[in-house]
Design a protein around this ligand. Structure first.
Ligand code: ADP
Ligand code: ASP
Ligand code: MG
Length: 476
């Protein structure tokens, strides 16, 4: 299949579509790409904070608090209508408002239904949260029409086909490619700018699914992969992938270029700037991915490349993942017995519970998992084969860089930088490009700042944007 180098998939996150001003800024960025002769396909998140509010509304309905659910929905309706009124010209405004009212009426019916049944299933939750991206994409398409970009709304659920794992559905890439070529490519070829919601999809029966929190990045990569686009751009509220989360460390530097492998590792271990699964569809088709700032569009951003540029620093960035639990499983003298580890991992598998880190001794195994409501059940089941203890409020800190390989004594430097912090589990070597360890959640900020100071005070100017340090826009 030949590539379509002129197609650029541009994904705008919640802050890039948070109100009419942000949507106008987004339109100007897209106009710039069209002026260069490129053919943008736009993927948008729900307006900032809307997904959280929809989740809260669904939860309220699920516990039979109908009033609260409808109160949240009414507030969201007001915000969307107000934004539309700021965005759209009088002639089309009536139509746009009636579309929004139609969607919000459907949402209210759904919330009333959930409250009446008094039960919220994963499937229904997905339907509730899908309204965020459905409405934001409609509004952005309208903004693009206003701005002469030939915007056209595409319901993402007609293209992003997934399995039925509600809440975190897996995309079916062959079906997605086929739908994109049938539904979206002809629109691009006719000169339109298609706009679709990220995060949402549907299964083979047309039932709404979602790709998991932060999943709009994933949608962008799937659309880029399916259309064999020339580039994927992730537009967000920071200058690119930074040496750590700039909210934790205001001195964080932009990383000019980072490898696919490094970016994937960072995303998996908590760097919210990219969804963990984003990179794969792009890597498979060698499509470059950029991370860019919609509030500072002239900044060069971060380019994610197949091969990492050489770097004199061992690490490119530091990530942290909170809300983890350490489970200690002690089986005196049985650990190495045939089939024991399999029995342990089968329990996690049964609950679809991913393990981040593992360490073993002769008689015990410790694993870390995302804290979740199934933990008591998991531990109950494990306690049939061993003694089990678990401890929550833990965090994993992870330093990532392909150049760890070329440096000796790195572990010594890492742990002396955080000698004041209590470290529980350490891992290096599972991946050659990361070093990670577990600490208490409340120590994360301090540990990251100390590590950042130790490893990024004399950064390699070819890889890190040292000049911009003073002018960086960090939008809290
Ligand atoms: P969007 O809504 O655009 O998808 P997100 O909030 O999901 O944006 O991701 C952007 C945020 O990721 C930034 O505001 C920043 O606080 C956070 N972040 C965490 N780690 C990093 C990092 N290494 N580089 C840049 N941003 C990071
Ligand atoms: N709106 C969804 C979320 O908040 C998806 C995304 O923004 O990427 O998780
Ligand atoms: Mg995001």
């Amino acid at each position: 299949m030949s590539a379509r180098p002129n197609i650029v998939v541009m994904k705008f996150g919640g802050t890039s579509v948070e109100d009419a001003v942000a949507m106008h800024r987004t339109a100007a960025i897209v106009a710039g790409r069209r002026e260069r002769g490129l053919q943008p396909v736009v993927v948008v998140s729900a307006m900032a904070r809307v997904t959280d509010q929809l989740i809260a509304a669904a939860a309220a309905a699920g516990r039979d608090d109908r009033e609260e659910a409808l109160r949240i929905s009414a507030k969201l309706r007001g915000r969307h209508l107000e934004t539309a009124a700021d965005l759209v010209h009088a002639v089309r405004l009536v139509d746009v408002l009636s579309l929004l009212h139609h969607d919000f009426d459907a949402l209210d019916d759904l919330l009333r239904g959930i409250a009446a049944v008094g039960e919220l299933t994963d499937r229904t939750n997905d339907l509730v949260v899908s309204f965020g991206e459905r409405m934001s994409s409609r509004m952005v398409a309208e903004a693009f029409i206003e701005k002469g970009l030939n915007g056209i709304y595409v319901d993402a659920r007609t293209c992003i086909i997934t399995d039925s794992h509600y809440g975190k559905a897996a995309p079916l890439e062959a079906a997605i490619e086929q739908r994109l070529l049938a539904n979206v490519l002809p629109l691009i070829e006719a000169g339109h700018t298609p706009v679709m919601g990220g995060f949402i999809g549907s299964n083979d029966k047309g039932i709404t699914t979602t790709l998991g929190r932060g999943g709009s990045d994933y949608t962008a990569a799937l659309v880029g992969g399916g259309l064999h686009a020339g580039a994927i751009e992730i537009w967000t509220d920071v200058n690119g992938i930074m040496t750590t989360d700039p909210r934790i460390c205001p001195d964080a530097l932009r990383v000019k270029a980072i490898s696919f492998e490094e970016a994937a590792e960072l995303a998996y271990f908590g760097a919210k700037v990219l969804h963990p699964a984003t990179i794969l569809p792009a890597v498979q088709k060698s499509i470059p991915v950029w991370v860019l700032n919609s509030r500072n569009a002239s900044n060069e951003g971060t380019k994610i490349t197949a091969i990492a540029p050489p770097c004199s620093s061992p690490f490119k960035s530091i990530a942290a993942k909170k809300k983890l639990t350490i489970i200690d499983i002690v089986a005196s003298r049985m650990l190495m017995a045939h089939g024991f580890l399999k029995a342990v991992f089968d329990v996690f598998d049964k609950y679809h519970c991913a393990i981040d880190m593992v360490s073993t001794s002769e008689v015990s195994i410790s694993v870390t998992v995302d804290s979740n409501e199934q933990l008591p059940a998991i531990c109950d089941e494990l306690s049939k084969i061993a003694d089990v203890k678990y401890e929550g409020r833990k965090a994993l800190v992870c330093l990532v860089g392909e150049d760890i390989r070329g440096h000796n004594g790195i572990a010594g430097r890492v742990f002396s930088a955080i000698s004041h912090v209590n470290v529980r589990m350490i891992s290096q070597g599972a991946s050659e490009i990361n070093m990670s360890f577990m600490i208490d959640e409340e120590d994360v900020e301090e540990a990251i700042r100390s590590l950042h100071k130790a490893f990024f005070t004399d950064p390699d100017k070819t890889v890190f944007d040292v000049e911009a340090l003073e002018t960086q826009t960090v939008n809290a």
